[in-house]
Design a binder for this molecule. Sequence first.
Ligand code: DC
Length: 228
Amino acid sequence: MNRPLIITIDGPAGAGKSTVAQMLAARLGLNYVDSGATYRAAALKVVKSGASPDDENAVAEAVSSAEIDFGAEGDAPAVFLDGRNVTQAIRTPEVTLAAAKVSRLPEVRKKLIALQRSLAREKGVVMEGRDIGTVVFPDAPLKIFLKADVAERARRRLKQDQEDGRASTLEQTAYEIGRRDQLDAERKISPLVPAPDAVEIDSTHLKADQVVDQILEIARERKLLESD
Ligand code: DC
């Protein structure tokens, strides 16, 4: 029996990973997993516990007791923390910043990487994140590193925030993205770098469906699709 297909999509915040990964998963009938949501849920646990995201011991303790699950509420995909739907609550600026901090800790990454791997056991997945092709699934047969100019990423993120009803400005969004890029790239474990065998796609001037078409083309060339 063929192993479930795993496609990894890594890259910085705002490069279009979520849109592309969701479209790709829908086109291929695979599960979609947003690994960033696991770090955000862990960060929410820390925030709720009252611990400072900078206090490593308190963070490790809070996260060790966090139960994080992916599921659905009605038709909509949802993330659960200790049994509560936190899909919206993990998107606040406070949790975003806390996630960038708690994701630097080895204990936190160890727990969440095990969770991410378990999500690909039964069915193939398209999983997006920062280290999915380098650390979580180093043997994945198709790895994409999606990038885009900072200005374009800030513009997209602002649009998404506005659509979701979160108030922000382009200046604030660009600042937050720049700050997170720095935290993600400089951290000692799992820094944001492309896997040596990743295909890099620059989405600055591409629409999401054009990126998806490019990825499908590569998957076909590699004979990864069932119809081949
Ligand atoms: O993709 P996102 O913005 O939802 O990610 C939230 C945070 O989690 C971000 O600071 C980077 C971190 N992250 C990570 O360290 N490794 C991943 N595989 C995914 C996200």
